[in-house]
Each structure stands twice: as structure tokens, then as C-alpha cells.
Ligand binder design. Structure first.
Ligand code: NDP
Length: 396
């Protein structure tokens, strides 16, 4: 798709408009509504929030992914000019409509088909949904390379790297350094982690995010997923991507160049900053995000992650090295295990254990098409579900 004139309103579609990233994107749009025209907004089951967003933004289309919620959505939008639609196919159709810019902020592999549809028609895709690249990295990047789509990383670490790279030649890059907050259990004992409840796990010290990524941050699987994401986004081999714990979440990530220079992007932890970078791209938008004051911050700390308490990091590295179906299995098993933990069905430490067992038990061929990725994802979910069901419920 040809880039629109820089001063024309940007047409945008928000996949996952009702979530944490979706809301932050809407907050930025609300700061200058005349600069945007909202084509489509989508959600999973939250009809009330979706209808409110669709009315407020005067979206042309609102899609609820759960088909059984169609009647409710239609009622909620009656009297407005917003077209209601429902179901997974409608989600893909929403992404395929000609908006110049698409935010991919559905959580999990459920967002893959729609994100890919936006890539295939050549949209500017602001990618928050890292699971897309974990479960279908090769397929996704092949489609991006072979077409006209532009991938704009929204994950704060990858957005930082994207900014620090500033189009540099790949040969000039020595290493990528991903920073990690360490999550709520950074300095907790293994015994404390074994007893951790979902409520404690989602209480992130620096960021306010959806429940799935919050648990991923607590297990540090989030950093493992980001390692795989960085590999696909920036074409960097696993052994040249480092992970450093940085509890203040001010240095969002760094690029080390072959001449010894290291460039980083810094800022207060606020997802509106990387989202704004993508939303205005290639221009910078003014935001009301808090300004970094180094004299108030005073110190920035860095430490090595603990592989014993955070085995998810090792699992993700091993899956990336193994290649084939391993990253797809890792992602699906993690989604199942996190959902089981959030439902109080398994303990906190069981999350990584379920992922490890699922990876050990399944041998599947490398999925090279969307259909094959979805089939591999389903198979891994079945196995992970069986593994989770075998574990005693916490407190029993
Ligand atoms: P949330 O859980 O807050 O929101 C998820 C969104 O996806 C909601 O709009 C939800 O709809 C929708 N959704 C959930 N399941 C489905 C489904 N099966 N089909 C269609 N839509 C669905 O997540 P976040 O906003 O926190 O995260 C979104 C993505 O961004 C994740 O991949 C995450 O890793 C990534 N990310 C998030 C960051 C953050 O700060 N939150 C930071 C960096 C990356 P409904 O409201 O109806 O449930």
C-alpha cells in the first residue's frame, strides 16, 4: 500500500482495541482525533467496551471475535453508523480492510491470522503481539520481506532496538541487549515463587499490562518470547542476543555495534511512548508521557538473570536454537499453562514445567504455512492441557 500524504489523516485499525495496548493506543488517538480515521476496532468478548470504543472513535466496523456475542454487539451499536460483525473470519476481514496502519494487539496466537492478513495486503503493522513472531516467525517475516508491509515493533524493547538501529547495516551490529525488569519475583526465593498466587504474579512493579503478559513477566517467559521476537525482527542469531535484568525499566534495550559503540533508548516506563513512535511513524508525535529525569532517578542497576528460578529463559533459548516446531510448541504450551495458572489450576512454578514437558513429549514437523502453524499450535495445546491436568491444584 502506498504511504498516505503525511498531513492527511491516517486511517487506522485496532486489533485488540479493548486491551491494555488497545486502550493506550486509543488514548494517543484521543489526544489528536483529527489526525486519524478509525476503520475497524476488534475485541474478543467484551461487547460493552468494544461498542463504546467504536462509537467514540466513529469506527466503520466493530468485530467481536466470539460469534455468540454478535446479537449483543448489534444491539449495543444500534442507532450508530458502526457496522457490527463477529467471528474469527470477520477478524481477518477487519485486518484486510484498507487502513494504512494496523495495531496488532490481540493477545496470543489468536492474533496471528489477522496480523498476517494485514501484512499480506501491505499495511504498516504496529506489532505488539509478540506471540505471532514466536509461533510463526519464519512465515511472518517471509511475508513481510516478500511484500510491501512495514513492521513497526511496539514491544518497548524491540521498539528501543528499532530506534537505536536507525536503519544501520546489519554487518555493523555486534549484539542486541534486551533489558528485563525481572518482574515481581526478581528477588523472591523459590519457595515464595512456589506459593505465588495469580494476584501476586500480575502485580508488576513497573508496567500495567494485560494478565497474560504480566504472568509471562513474572516467569520471565516474556523475555524468552522477546528473544525469539528479536531474532525474527532483526535477523540476529540467538547467541548474539543478551538478556540483562534492569529493575528500573528505564533503559528499554540496547544495540552494541562492531566499533564498540552502544546505543540505547531510554524513557520512563510508559507504553504510550513506543506506541506513539509507531503511530506517527516516520514522524514523532508529541505525547503527555512522563519525562525522564536522570537526577531524580539517580541510579540505574543491571544484573544477570537467575536461570534456576527462571527456567523459562533457558526453554526459550533452547526452542529458538532447536528451530522447527519448537517455538510454536513453546508458545502454545505457555499460553495453556498461563491460563491454567490464572484459573488457580496449577502453581506458579508449574507454568515452566508444563512448557518443558510439552516440548519434551511432542515431535512435530516444522510448520511452514499458516494452516500448519495453527495445526501445530492445536496439537501443542492438547498436550499442554494434558500436562496441566496431571498436576495437583495449588493448596490441594
Ligand atoms: P490484554 O489482555 O489487555 O488485551 C488483549 C486484547 O485482545 C483485548 O482486546 C481482547 O479482547 C483481545 N483478545 C483476547 N483474546 C482474543 C481472541 N481469542 N480473539 C480475538 N481477540 C482477543 O493484552 P495486552 O494489551 O496486555 O497485550 C496485547 C499484546 O501486546 C500481547 O501479545 C502482549 O504480549 C503484547 N504487549 C503488551 C504490552 C503491555 O504493556 N500490555 C507490552 C508489550 C507487548 P477482550 O477485551 O474482549 O477480552
Amino acid at each position: 500500500m502506498k504511504a498516505a500524504r503525511l498531513d492527511a489523516p491516517r486511517s487506522v485499525t485496532l486489533l485488540g482495541a479493548t486491551g491494555s495496548i488497545g486502550r493506550s493506543t486509543l488514548a494517543l488517538i484521543a489526544e489528536a482525533p483529527e489526525r486519524y480515521r478509525v476503520e475497524a476496532v476488534t475485541a474478543h468478548r467484551n461487547v460493552a467496551a468494544l461498542a463504546r470504543v467504536a462509537r467514540e472513535t466513529r469506527a466503520r466496523l466493530a468485530v467481536i471475535a466470539d460469534p455468540s456475542a454478535y446479537g449483543e454487539l448489534k444491539d449495543a451499536l444500534s442507532g450508530s453508523e458502526v457496522e457490527p460483525a463477529a467471528g474469527p473470519e470477520a477478524l481477518v476481514e477487519a485486518a484486510a480492510r484498507p487502513a494504512e496502519w494496523v495495531m496488532a494487539a490481540i493477545v496470543g496466537a489468536a492474533g496471528l491470522s489477522s496480523a498476517l492478513a494485514a501484512v499480506r495486503r501491505g499495511a504498516m503493522l504496529a506489532l505488539a503481539n509478540k506471540e505471532c513472531l514466536v509461533c510463526a516467525g519464519a512465515l511472518f517475516t517471509r511475508e513481510v520481506r516478500g511484500g510491501k508491509a512495514l513492521l513497526l515493533p511496539v514491544d518497548s524493547e524491540h521498539n528501543a532496538i528499532f530506534q537505536a538501529l536507525a536503519g544501520s547495516d546489519r554487518a555493523a551490529v555486534d549484539r542486541l541487549i534486551l533489558t528485563a525488569s525481572g518482574g515481581p519475583f526478581r528477588s523472591a526465593s523459590r519457595e515464595t515463587m512456589a506459593r505465588a498466587t495469580p494476584e501476586e504474579a500480575v502485580r508488576h512493579p513497573n508496567w500495567s499490562m494485560g494478565p497474560k503478559i504480566s504472568v509471562d513477566s513474572a516467569t520471565m517467559m516474556n523475555k524468552g518470547l522477546e528473544l525469539i521476537e528479536a531474532h525474527h525482527l532483526f535477523g540476529m542469531p540467538e547467541e548474539r542476543i543478551d538478556i540483562v535484568v534492569h529493575p528500573q525499566s528505564v533503559v528499554h534495550s540496547l544495540v552494541a555495534f562492531v566499533d564498540g559503540s552502544v546505543l540505547a533508548q531510554l524513557g520512563e516506563p510508559d507504553m504510550r511512548v513506543p506506541i506513539a513512535h509507531a503511530l506517527g511513524y516516520p514522524r514523532r508525535l508529541a505525547t503527555t508521557a512522563a519525562r525522564l529525569n536522570l537526577l531524580e532517578r539517580k541510579r540505574l542497576d543491571f544484573e544477570a538473570p537467575d536461570p534456576e528460578r527462571f527456567p523459562a529463559l533457558r526453554l526459550a533459548r533452547a526452542a529458538l536454537r532447536a528451530g522447527g516446531a519448537a517455538p510454536t510448541i513453546l508458545n502454545a504450551a505457555n499460553e495453556v499453562a498461563v491460563a491454567a495458572f490464572l484459573a488457580h489450576r496449577i502453581g506458579f512454578l508449574d507454568v515452566a514445567a508444563v512448557v518443558a514437558e510439552t516440548l519434551e513429549r511432542l515431535e512435530l514437523p516444522e510448520p511452514t504455512s499458516l494452516e500448519a502453524v495453527l495445526a501445530c499450535d492445536s496439537e501443542a495445546r492438547r498436550e499442554a492441557e494434558a500436562q496441566a491436568s496431571r498436576r495437583p491444584a495449588p493448596g490441594s
